[in-house]
Design a protein around this ligand. Structure first.
Ligand SMILES: Nc1ncnc2c1ncn2[C@@H]1O[C@H](COP(=O)(O)OP(=O)(O)O)[C@@H](O)[C@H]1O
Ligand SMILES: [Mg+2]
Length: 265
């Protein structure tokens, strides 16, 4: 991030506690001491052990959950609920099975009271951007997992967000489809200039796609390290992976996350 690019997203001392599971049990802290900022157009990945609070963090940014302490702000305004400028996409595509791809993409626009013709035009534009035009009239069961994720991205982008939150969007895909989708998402996101936060288990993916990587600790999650990737070609993840710098960062993350000590996984 260049030092003078404005922050789009800012978290200050965020903690989230949930009620204790058993009666009388103390509250359970999912995340704590979270402070970071993301600049306009920046692509930041978050890696961390399973259960460290990554999804909890994203839910608070999306306005689906509130911090117990601290503040989350977007464009300088505290987040108090879902925001139309934030697109959120999960591992599971959540496409409605009884609607075609096109009607799924239009779905998010229906709440906006747009004229039908404009809705259609915007949905078709996003499908084209995600290279899904030829599948517009298919139902979700008639397309592959990778195509479903592309349709889900088109639906996320149709609301015209300036921030996108991606919670492990490729983790259910096979290795080859994943590479294709990484490239396709990277190109679309770079072209649209979106500010992006990606949660991933895949260390290579974090290096291939982002400008910066935040490493979270075991739960209660906090940020223990921040890595500037410092590689060009953000729109070409595979190209990046062949570089010595990428190998070095992946190795570093591997140790930072103590993966070599997790022989019980
Ligand atoms: N709504 C909730 N109520 C109670 N506990 C929750 C809730 N959401 C998440 N947790 C707990 O918070 C911790 C972090 O969960 P999560 O954010 O899903 O982790 P991650 O996405 O890093 O795997 C887990 O122990 C989980 O069980
Ligand atoms: Mg999660």
């Amino acid at each position: 991030m260049s030092p003078n690019s404005p922050n789009v997203l800012h978290l200050q001392d965020v903690a989230r506690r949930f009620p204790g599971r058993a009666a009388g049990a103390p509250p359970f802290t999912a995340v704590r001491n979270l402070s970071f900022a993301v600049g306009a157009g920046e692509f930041v990945s978050i890696v961390g052990p399973s259960g460290c609070g990554k999804s909890t963090l994203l839910n608070m940014i999306a306005g689906l959950d509130r911090p117990s302490e601290g503040t989350v702000s977007l464009h300088g305004i505290e987040v108090s609920g879902p925001n139309a400028s934030v697109g959120f996409m999960l591992q599971k595509d959540l496409l409605l099975p009884w609607r075609t791809v096109l009607h799924n993409v239009e779905f998010g626009l229906e709440a906006r009271n747009l004229p039908a013709a404009e809705r259609r035009e915007r949905a078709m534009r996003e499908l084209s951007r995600c290279r899904m035009t030829e599948f517009a009239d298919r139902y979700p069961y008639q397309i592959s997992g990778g195509q479903r994720q592309r349709a889900a991205l088109a639906r996320t982008l149709a609301i015209d967000p300036d921030v996108v939150l991606l919670d492990e969007p490729f983790s259910a895909l096979d290795a080859q489809t994943k590479l294709v989708l990484q490239k396709s998402f990277a190109g679309t996101i770079a072209m649209a200039g979106l500010t992006t936060l990606l949660i991933t288990h895949d260390l290579s993916e974090a290096v291939a796609m982002s400008d910066r990587i935040l490493v979270m600790s075991d739960g209660p999650g906090r940020i223990v390290e921040e890595i500037e990737v410092g590689l060009p070609n953000r729109d070409n993840p595979l190209e990046r992976l062949g570089t010595p710098r990428a190998t070095e960062i992946v190795k570093h993350l591997f140790h930072a996350l103590h993966i070599d000590n997790r022989l019980d996984a």
